[in-house]
Design a protein around this ligand. Structure first.
Ligand code: ATP
Ligand code: MG
Length: 439
């Protein structure tokens, strides 16, 4: 493999050339930026090692020349006078790495060059994932289990049948509920999601059925419930396994009669809503334990859609990963490539996540993958950080300031978005920015 070494210090240049030659590389040298240009015009170098401060032009210009000639070359910059600005310019310009001079030991340089060489040779057989026929849908998946779900949706959607969607968190239950609505005759009407687990049991009744003025102290006006405001549309009852036993009977009555009686009202009236419910709990088990009414369970699962966890349909991972990378590349104006080895790594390290976690990981990687390449290393690291971040949201990798800068820039300085991508609390991000002098 050919390497070009650009260094104006004669003895250092000779030493680097000799050591890299001993490591088996074919080394050419240049003592100035113009000599480097000359060499670059003669052949392309997969790896270039360049000093930063050279003559009237710098290593950053060499970097630019190399990238213009062969964008895939790895450029390693080194400098004895590094600053935040040069490091940032090097990163932005696509440098492979940046070394401080003097080297602690020459091994530092050798290791970086070897790493670049390994990346180069893996690149040739680690090709970019190429998925054509990108489906015209936001629901991704071609595994037999997903196809079975598509069939269920297409059969059940046009009917008014109540549907119960079961699956672990992040598997796509809400997406499926929206699909059902969109493919039904109610598509032009409202789709109203209600998170039954997040609403206090005492408020759920008025939320769903409404309240008349004066029904209780503080009820200063009539409030329509969800079932009324979604008339002719679809109500999505999320986390249905969380509703209180007492309220389950009221919900059962509603499903039987399709009538609402707002709190404080003596009269009931008919509404026309389709109910789609979802849960990540094992409802049959709740029924067995006496925590969920069996009659309500029967009422709800007229059609039962069971969404498999991602690990049971790992052949969908490449499709989903590709879809999310494209989505976030577009959103953050990135050109990150998804490589075969990256996809393999996702399938091998079946981390305990579902589609949502995969989506979050791809969002991070679109911005933070080294050299904008999602390979097995990048995936391994992302999985590790995501795991550790769940435990201690305060810890970030060593390169954290650089990461924060990149993410902030990609997010147009939107701090909430950046915190989300980084997987930390917004408060934590503010604290870190303050420490970086950017608060
Ligand atoms: N098959 C899929 N294709 C594309 N995106 C998907 C798919 N499944 C899920 N997603 C995306 O993953 C994220 C999580 O999905 P969703 O909110 O539907 O999960 P959920 O099962 O309702 O999770 P929870 O139980 O935590 O509420 C969403 O952003 C959704 O768009
Ligand atoms: Mg959900």
């Amino acid at each position: 493999m050919h390497i070009l070494v650009v260094e104006d210090d004669d003895s250092l240049r000779a030493m680097i050339a000799e050591i890299l030659a001993l490591e088996g590389f074919q080394v050419d040298t240049a003592a100035s930026t113009s000599a480097a240009r000359e060499k670059l015009s003669q052949r392309s170098y997969p790896i270039v090692v360049s000093d930063i401060y050279l003559d009237e032009r710098t290593g950053l210009d060499v970097l630019r020349d190399v990238k213009a000639a062969s964008p895939d070359s790895a450029v390693i910059l080194m400098s004895g006078r590094g600053s935040m600005e040069t490091v940032m310019a090097a990163t932005r310009g696509g440098a492979f790495d940046y070394l401080a001079k003097p080297f602690e030991t020459i091994d530092d340089l050798i290791n970086v060059v070897k790493r670049a060489a390994a990346a180069k040779s893996s690149e040739t057989n680690d090709s970019e994932v190429d998925i054509d026929d990108v489906p015209e849908t936001e629901m991704i998946g071609v595994s037999p289990k997903m196809i079975a779900i598509y069939k269920q949706i297409s059969l059940a959607a046009p009917t008014d049948a109540t549907i119960l969607i079961e699956g672990e968190t992040g598997t796509g239950k809400e997406l499926i509920a929206r699909m059902v609505h969109r493919m039904s005759g109610r598509a032009t009407q409202a789709f109203v999601p209600v998170d039954c687990g997040a609403i206090a049991p005492s408020l759920l009744e008025s939320e769903l059925f409404g309240t008349l003025k004066g029904a209780y102290t503080g009820a200063d006006r009539d409030r329509a419930g969800v079932f009324e405001s979604a008339d002719k549309g679809t109500v999505f009852l999320d986390e249905i396994g969380d509703i209180e036993h007492g309220f389950q009977l009221k919900l059962l009555r509603f499903l039987q009669e399709r009538e609402i009686r707002p709190l404080g009202s003596a009269r009931s009236r008919k509404v026309d809503v389709r109910v789609v419910a979802a849960t990540n709990k094992d409802v049959p088990k709740l029924v067995e334990e006496g925590k969920f009414r069996e009659d309500l369970w029967f009422r709800l699962n007229v059609v039962r859609i069971q969404v498999p966890p991602l690990c049971e349909r790992s052949q969908d991972i490449p499709l989903l990963a590709d879809y999310f990378v494209k989505k976030y590349n577009a959103r953050y104006n990135q050109k990150t490539k998804l490589l075969e080895s990256g996809v393999k790594a996702m399938q091998v390290y079946s981390w305990p996540g579902n589609v949502r976690q995969l989506q979050h990981m791809m969002e991070r990687l679109a911005i933070l993958a080294p050299q904008q390449r999602i390979d097995s290393e990048a995936v391994k690291e992302a999985i590790e950080t995501m795991d550790s971040r769940q435990e201690a949201s305060e810890t970030l990798a060593d390169t954290e300031s650089e990461q924060i800068r990149r993410v902030l820039a990609a997010c147009n300085n939107n701090k909430s978005r950046a915190a989300k991508v980084l997987g930390i609390e917004r408060k934590t991000l503010y604290r870190k920015l303050e420490r970086m002098g950017l608060g």
